[in-house]
Ligand binder design. Structure first.
Ligand code: 13P
Length: 287
């Protein structure tokens, strides 16, 4: 059964580790991530962007697939199904479809509008036991064609949004989606520290988990980050393993062209990436 991400992230924050959000794009990814979470006895959050939702034909398909896998793969660790960077409208579509968690990304609205929309979602999500993530300060890089700069959030605005009753908060601290540029200045721990001091027990979320050095990840966790999002790194490992399989001509040997064989090395690569992240984030055996 899907669970809200509220409790798992409160436990993570109190226990000084982070739960990984791994974005899903298809059946193979979903299966690989769920199996790894079970093997590692780790809680896990499956992230779905609006683009990935559309690609997989819609949110109801995804809910059906994930619920089916939890039952048929005997997954007993806590699993949350979470909308990633949702618009106001899509948050409601996901709530209706059966997601257990949503992120409302109102960071591009003026703060008053972000507050008003977040407030309405807090009331509706609370009533249904669905966890809600909100965002302050845009996270840079490209995601589904939207490009941001990677600014640092204003800690006072973070407190304003946190006080509305959301369950976890994504705050820009210089992090960006996708690969980090050579001249990236690193995470702003000063900003993170100020946000944590004002928001207290609120679990904080670090987006753009791909390519952040391990020491920075550990420091971010020590300053209150309890959820870390990873997408690009799974895409890169999946693509590299698939390319290797084809370059070695394995797709032309025997029944190597069978999609179940063709996609298997990519799925194995995702498993390895997810396991490595769970080790780094400290969520192994925390189910
Ligand atoms: P990366 O693609 O950089 O891993 O970021 C994922 C993310 O933050 C999804 O919201």
């Amino acid at each position: 059964m899907l669970v809200s991400a509220k409790e798992m992230l409160q436990k993570a924050k109190a226990g000084h580790y982070a739960v990984g959000q791994f974005n899903i794009n298809n059946l193979e990814w979903t299966k690989a991530i769920l199996q790894t979470a079970q093997e590692c006895n780790s809680p896990v959050i499956l992230g779905v962007s609006e683009g990935a939702g559309k690609y997989m034909t819609g949110y109801k398909t995804i809910v059906g697939m994930v619920n089916g896998m939890i039952e048929e793969l005997n997954i007993t660790v806590p699993v949350a199904l979470h909308l990633d960077h949702g618009s106001f409208e899509h948050c409601y579509k996901c709530i209706e479809a059966g997601f257990s968690s949503v992120m409302f990304d109102g960071s591009h609205y003026p703060i008053d509008e972000n507050v008003a929309k977040t407030k309405q979602l807090v009331a509706d999500c609370n009533a249904k036991g669905i966890s809600l993530e909100a965002e302050v300060g845009s996270i840079g890089g490209e995601e589904d064609g939207v490009i941001g700069r990677g600014e640092c959030a204003d800690p006072n605005e973070c407190k304003m949004i946190a006080d509305l009753g959301i369950d976890f908060l994504a705050a820009g601290i210089g992090n960006i989606h996708g690969k980090y540029p050579e001249n990236w200045e690193g995470l702003s721990f000063e900003t993170l520290d100020a946000i944590q001091q004002l928001t207290g027990d609120m679990p904080l979320v670090l987006h753009g988990g791909t390519g952040i050095p391990a020491d920075m990840i550990k420091k971010a966790i020590s300053l209150g980050v309890a959820k870390i999002n990873v997408n690009t790194e799974c895409q890169l490992s999946f693509a590299a393993a698939t390319r290797k399989y084809i370059e070695e001509g394995k797709d032309l040997q025997g029944k190597g062209f069978d999609p179940r064989k063709l996609l298997a090395p990519g799925a194995e690569a995702i498993k390895a990436t997810v396991k490595e992240k769970m080790e780094l984030f400290g969520s192994i055996n925390k189910a």
